[in-house]
Ligand binder design. Structure first.
Ligand code: A3P
Length: 324
């Protein structure tokens, strides 16, 4: 396998030379690979996932477009599935960042410069991914596959602001920062890591309509408005519905509180800790917590910019039954 891994590097070098490329928000370039814009690291991971990742029937994947609520959902899914193992007063999420609660498949698949085996993970295994539905292997996505997906989407206007801020924070200091106008134009054209945003959302939306038992489609805004309702839904979908006794003991409220923006962002580990996502690079946990509110785009977008994004959204989603 190590040899296959080394060969892959050669194939990739060729691929990067032939794929259409554009300016990346984090790295210098992103490449158009099968209709989505991906960084080098992520294309490499995707090829490894397609060839080597062996899903287990009980696996649950958290899929998101970047900056749509991954950190929040990671914490919630981890807290739901491990609630019988830990006390809330001494919970691992209080001392480890939510990003390390379970692996980010896209790059963790080769985090140690070899193909990662995930056999040691407790079942059900939880994984996060930003890959679009259509890019993942059918062993994961086919309606016949028993694996489940939780997808969270968010208003693209808030995603744009959050992503622009985040990417500039983690962008190499050797590169010129991305200006807001540049980010806005690229986002509208679909050109940003894992973009186009709308195609990403639609892929999961359509799949969730076809197989509602396999894909739970959530919205960040609904979760902010009614976290208890959405967390109950999430637990039931994961096959871990809260019992009457748990409801009476206030377990749902405890989980919502533990995973709230206020609790997580004020923890020492999320103020000063770091997380490794690719072999040579770590990201400060604090970068995953900015404001955690709905509608912050109002502080950045002009009326004209807002109208343009809204009209792209309504054109793209027309007839799908989804509104954002
Ligand atoms: P903002 O930049 O709008 O504040 P992701 O986790 O997918 O990278 O998304 C990050 C966004 O989710 C950021 O949005 C971040 O502040 C927000 N976020 C992080 N943790 C959260 C939580 N526990 N509850 C609500 N929002 C959260």
């Amino acid at each position: 396998e190590q040899e296959a891994y080394n060969d892959l590097q050669k194939q990739l070098d060729h691929l990067y030379k032939t794929l259409p490329k554009d300016k990346g928000w984090k790295s210098e370039y992103i490449f158009l690979y099968k209709n989505f814009w991906l960084s080098r690291d992520v294309i490499k991971g995707l090829l490894l996932i397609q060839t080597y990742f062996k899903p287990e029937p009980t696996d649950i994947f958290l899929a998101t477009f970047m900056k749509s609520g991954t950190t929040w959902l990671k914490a919630l899914m981890f807290a739901i599935s491990n609630r019988h193992h830990y006390e809330f007063s001494n919970h691992p999420l209080l001392s480890t960042g939510p990003q390390s609660a379970f692996p980010f498949l896209d790059t963790h698949i080769y985090l140690d410069q070899a193909i990662t085996k995930f056999d040691h993970l407790p079942k059900p295994r939880l994984f996060a991914t930003h890959h679009p539905h259509e890019s993942l292997p059918t062993s994961m996505t086919s309606p016949m596959s028993p694996c489940k997906f939780v997808y969270v989407c968010r208003d693209p206007k808030d995603v744009l602001i959050s992503k622009w801020d985040f990417m500039n924070k983690i962008r190499s200091k050797d590169l010129v920062p991305i200006s807001f106008n540049e980010a806005y134009e690229s986002f509208c054209k679909g050109v940003s890591e894992y973009g186009p945003f709308w195609d990403h959302v639609l892929g999961y939306w359509k799949a969730s309509k076809e197989s509602p038992d396999k894909i739970l489609f959530l919205k960040y805004e609904d979760m902010k408005k009614e976290p208890i309702v959405e967390v109950r839904k999430l637990a039931a979908f994961m096959g871990m519905a809260f019992t009457t006794e748990e409801e009476e003991k206030g377990v749902v409220e405890e989980i919502v509180k533990l995973c709230s923006f206020e609790t997580l962002s004020s923890l020492e580990v999320n103020k000063s800790g770091r997380q490794r996502f690719i072999a040579k690079e770590t990201i400060e946990n604090q970068n995953f917590f900015r404001k955690g509110v709905v509608g912050d785009w109002e502080n950045y977008l002009t009326e004209e910019m807002k109208d343009r994004i809204d009209s792209i959204t309504s054109d793209k989603l027309k007839g799908s039954g989804l509104t954002l």
